[in-house]
Design a protein around this ligand. Structure first.
Ligand code: ZN
Length: 200
């Protein structure tokens, strides 16, 4: 049944919620970004550090925060998957995640490739999509703020280049991601809703 299928996705979500991976301040935070979902009260900070690995710069990602089980599990899954990825790989994962939690690709619970696939379960509960989206949108925002299309560091001074995780959190340095933006985008793509928005 549908409920049994949802249960399979849920197992992974609960596991990540109860035992969050990479939930800590980065030892050497290079970048950080705060994201909030005011409707649900989800709030998190994504930290990112770049390390040299075989001629490539790869990411170490961490998060801190609190919120509902879906937002926390999604953050844990995200940090797990983006560990040791290049900026380009991380961006692909962000795209893949969005397709998954919005249900734009079908995921068979008996054939889950990775924990990311469990986020497909969220697509069946539209009000929770923002919760799953929050960490991914926050990381996306972080990356777009600091890296160009090619994944190169933008040539602009950045006050977050210091080890800000060791200092007292300064909220003035953090931008809040408006996750309404993703909700807007979703609405626009739904023919039903756009018909409602434009009565003719
Ligand atoms: Zn939430």
């Amino acid at each position: 049944s549908n409920q049994e299928l949802a249960g399979l996705y849920q197992e992974t979500i609960i596991d990540h919620y109860k035992r969050p991976r990479h939930k800590s301040k980065a030892g050497h935070c290079s970048f950080c970004q705060e994201g909030k979902n005011p409707l649900c009260g989800d709030s998190l900070i994504v930290y990112c550090e770049l390390v040299e690995k075989q001629d490539q710069k790869v990411m170490k990602t961490f998060f801190e925060g609190s919120g509902c089980s879906i937002s926390q599990a999604s953050a844990s899954i995200m940090c797990d998957l983006t560990q040791n990825t290049t900026i380009e790989e991380a961006r692909k994962l962000i795209e893949r995640a969005e397709l998954t939690y919005t249900g734009r690709i079908q995921i068979d619970p008996d054939n889950m490739d990775s924990d990311l696939d469990a986020l497909y379960g969220v697509s069946q509960f539209p009000v929770r999509i923002k919760c799953a989206a929050l960490p991914w949108k926050t990381l996306e925002f972080l990356l777009s703020n600091h890296f160009d299309e090619q994944g190169n560091l933008r040539d602009k001074p950045c006050d977050k280049m210091q080890a800000c995780s060791r200092q007292t959190k300064d909220p003035r340095k953090l931008k809040i991601v408006n996750t309404e933006e993703s909700a807007e985008a979703l609405r626009e793509e739904s023919p039903k809703s756009s018909a409602q928005n434009n009565p003719s």
